[in-house]
Design a protein around this ligand. Sequence first.
Ligand SMILES: Nc1ncnc2c1ncn2[C@@H]1O[C@H](COP(=O)(O)OP(=O)(O)OP(=O)(O)O)[C@@H](O)[C@H]1O
Length: 295
Amino acid sequence: MAKILFVVNPISGDIDKEELIEDLMTFCRQHEFPAELFKTTGEKDEEKLKGKIKAYDPEIVCAVGGDGTVSLVAKSVVKTDVALAIIPQGSGNGLSKDLGIPQNFDEALQLLVAHQKLSIDTLDVNGLLSIHICDMGFNALVVNRFCNGDTRGPGAYAWIAMQEFMGYEPKKYTIMAEGKTIFEGEAFMITVTNARAFGSNAAINPTGVINDGNFEICILEPFPKASSLGILYRLYTDTIDDSVYTHRFSCSAATIINHSGEMSQIDGEPEDLGNQIEFTVQHKSLKVILPLPEE
Ligand SMILES: Nc1ncnc2c1ncn2[C@@H]1O[C@H](COP(=O)(O)OP(=O)(O)OP(=O)(O)O)[C@@H](O)[C@H]1O
């Protein structure tokens, strides 16, 4: 039976985890899975988790939290044989949705019994790992304010986005890939991703494939406020390519000059990536636990 380490974030998604931890342990006893628990504290979690994985030597490390918790586990198991499982308990749960992992607790837990393992691509961003979405511009600002605020949950994120939207000034970027400049100018946001959609289900990269050896750069140029609803509609109907304000470019390596030097975000966590940001795909570098293919 697979040896499992559960990594539980006690604060993610504003959800109390005590009862849930009981359920996890009962489930493992019922299925005779050897299992241990690692609770995050928000302080030196990566260092402590790596130590725990080395000592316990699990086959599966299961993230029980939001995108930040999933990212923490991914950093600890990337380029190893240890597989990442996800029980979504966050505000957005972006990667788990993109991977087709059930959002319901009991269904996600059942994946530990019957699943397939798939190796997916990740991104190296100035030496940091991105498993889902890295962006610069408007969303990064909202993520930054969300992470520094006191309130969690999807409502808090949407509230901050509404507050910031009206006054947001687009920033200047230069994007180079495959030996040429592919974009130079102002943008509302630049999203670099291997996946399809944000945790809100807004599909910024509707044709993204998570293990094809390429990632996409999605440019949302400045747009009149009157066009916002139209852009939102396109994001939620997989038709963002039809907008005159967007471009997508597929590549395996790129450099972005973020002229304003404003904060970026990687997988839901604010990051100061400086002015020059280098992206490289890490092909099939992360093993993930997924639902069995449909028959
Ligand atoms: N015990 C803790 N106390 C305070 N902060 C914590 C604790 N454990 C983890 N954190 C912080 O929680 C953040 C990660 O939260 P996570 O992304 O899992 O949930 P979320 O933000 O609610 O959901 P999502 O990312 O899906 O929107 C990290 O910033 C991490 O430092």
